[in-house]
Design a protein around this ligand. Structure first.
Ligand SMILES: [Zn+2]
Length: 154
């Protein structure tokens, strides 16, 4: 069973070498190297490679969030509350470029802006859950894109 990383011992302003980062989080050197490949910010120009404590902390937190239970359709993950939250007033903005869609809303608890990607084909069903504002410029773009697709279809 993989060990889960520990956050408590990490000092955000400290720089850690890979073995030190492994020691303080309780995972292996290999795991830290894998994290760096997967997007953990590290100073790879330095010899040895250094990882800042705050980068390590936010990376582990993001990982944990990813693992957390999936949000229900009317919830967002608020980074400030660190919890699933509903949008204030049920209001969401929907940005779509035809192939991807993203919702933005304001946390009903702390007013932080929250985002979540959604499958573009679920956009028409959003109105059942939220009061949706399609973003002007981008929705025009989406309309233009679908017109182009329609025109190119034989
Ligand atoms: Zn919040």
């Amino acid at each position: 069973m993989p060990k889960s990383a520990k956050l408590n011992g990490i000092k955000s302003l400290r720089c850690y070498t890979i073995p030190e980062a492994a020691g303080v989080t309780g995972v292996s050197d290999r795991t830290i190297r894998a994290w760096i490949k997967q997007g953990l910010t590290a100073m790879t120009d330095e010899r040895p490679t250094l990882v800042r404590g705050d980068a390590l902390i936010s990376y582990i937190q993001r990982q944990r969030q990813g693992r957390k239970s999936r949000l229900s359709p009317d919830e967002f993950y608020c980074l400030k509350c660190r919890a699933a939250r509903k949008p204030a007033g049920g209001l969401v903005d929907c940005e779509t470029d035809g192939t991807r869609a993203k919702l933005s809303a304001i946390c009903e608890t702390c007013d932080t802006i929250m985002h979540k990607p959604i499958p573009p084909d679920s956009v028409p069903t959003l109105a059942k859950t939220f009061v949706v504002t399609l973003r002007g410029k981008l929705s025009q773009k989406a309309n233009a894109a679908s017109e182009t697709t329609a025109r190119n279809r034989h």
